[in-house]
Design a protein around this ligand. Structure first.
Ligand code: PLP
Length: 376
């Protein structure tokens, strides 16, 4: 192991075996883990407030927890590679056929499957400025061209996106609500957009769907039957609280779902995740409570940052982008106070910090630390 390379081959030479579009990828920047900050500050991990990754601050629901405990006995077995139970539960809940569902190791995986199935050298994908980092990453990893369309009021400009679709465009990514800005595009605009680009796959990423107020929600699962080019993606990472287990899904026309399933790893979703997600669909009170607490927390943070004289982008997710000015500086000052939020410089938003809505106590800790950081 670790035998020295022959003198004639350097690691640099080896890296050049990789296509140049892979070598040009800038790695995804995840939220700072609490354990890392605890080590750096020499304080206990549980005294740290992490509002950096849009996780559910309320944990997981009771049925989900019981299902996970019950599933521990089966870990020696491979998971069901077709995810029958979970697909069956999703199919009943949303009224789509099981052949329309693709399961993923997080919805991130499902987004990658779209890229694997539809993008390659010589094709392109369209997405919005200030949108989810995985779209350009997945596009670039396939050697496809990314077309980033300038945002309008921090959100998707669907007219400009339709106009940006090129002859070689195979995929358009739309996050609704969008991360990291929290913006929301009304569903009638989205439906018009899907019809306007019938020759492209339109990925409608609804990671924050469960946080939308009921009056704004639309049953997009039903749209999959109407629009052969639509892929709706959702996740158990946010409102269901299962970010650590990694499970998400797509709903699409069966032919499109079939292609995505062909490029999927046979056991991409682990057995605990499959069991937990199936149970989580029945933890409806937990999701309802998460929704209600998120609305209340959002209101509190909006009021709190307004009273500090700050602006924010009105958000439809479980996080909010607050304009603090020198965001990287304020981010560091918050870290010193044991509060982790997310700078979004990499999303061309150098003055904003994205803050996930926490528990009432976490929200107060954040507001107090923010006030002190602004005075510093
Ligand atoms: C969080 C998020 C996802 C989901 O991530 P997974 O944990 O991989 O399911 C997908 N899209 C957006 C826009 C997100 O913010």
């Amino acid at each position: 192991m670790n035998a020295p390379l022959p003198k004639s081959v350097s690691t640099k030479d080896l890296c050049e075996l990789s296509p140049d579009w892979v070598r040009a990828i800038a790695p995804y920047q995840p939220g700072k883990p609490t354990s890392e900050l605890a080590r750096e500050l020499g304080i206990e991990e549980k005294s740290i407030v992490k509002l950096a990754s849009n996780e559910n601050p309320h944990g997981i629901g009771p049925r989900t927890r019981a299902a996970i405990e019950a599933a521990l006995g089966d870990l020696a077995r491979y998971p069901d590679g077709n995810g029958f139970e979970l697909k069956n539960a999703l199919s009943r809940r949303y009224g789509v056929g099981m052949e329309s569902i693709v399961l993923g190791n997080g919805s991130n995986d499902v987004l990658e499957l779209v890229a694997l199935a539809f993008l390659g050298v010589g094709s392109s994908a369209v997405y919005s400025q200030h949108s989810f980092a995985v779209y350009p990453l997945a596009t670039q990893a396939r050697g496809a061209r990314g077309i980033s369309v300038p945002a309008k009021s921090y959100g998707h400009d669907l007219e400009a996106m339709a106009a940006a679709v090129a002859g070689d465009t195979r995929v358009v990514f739309i996050a609704n609500p969008n991360n990291p800005t929290g913006t929301f595009v009304p569903y009638d605009h989205i439906s018009a957009f899907i019809k306007a680009v019938p020759g492209c796959i339109v990925v409608l990423d609804e990671a924050y769907n469960e946080y939308l107020p009921p009056e704004l929600r639309v049953d997009t699962a039903k749209w999959v039957k109407r629009h052969a080019n639509l892929v709706v993606t959702r996740t158990f990472s946010k409102a269901y609280g299962l970010a650590g287990l990694r499970v998400g899904y797509a709903m699409a026309n069966p032919a499109v779902a079939d292609l995505m399933n062909r490029v999927r790893q046979p056991f991409n979703v682990n057995s605990i995740a499959l069991t937990a997600a199936t149970a989580a669909l029945d933890d409806m009170e937990f999701v309802a409570r998460s929704y209600a607490e998120n609305r209340a927390g959002m209101k509190r943070i909006e009021e709190g940052v307004t009273s500090l004289g700050l602006e924010y982008i009105p958000s439809f997710g479980n996080f909010i982008a607050v304009r603090v000015g020198k965001a990287n500086e304020v981010f560091k000052r918050l870290l010193k106070r044991g509060v982790i939020v997310r700078p979004v410089t990499g999303y061309e938003l150098p003055e904003h910090l994205r803050v996930s809505i926490g528990t009432p106590e976490e929200n107060e800790r954040f507001l107090t630390a923010l006030a002190a950081s602004l005075r510093e």
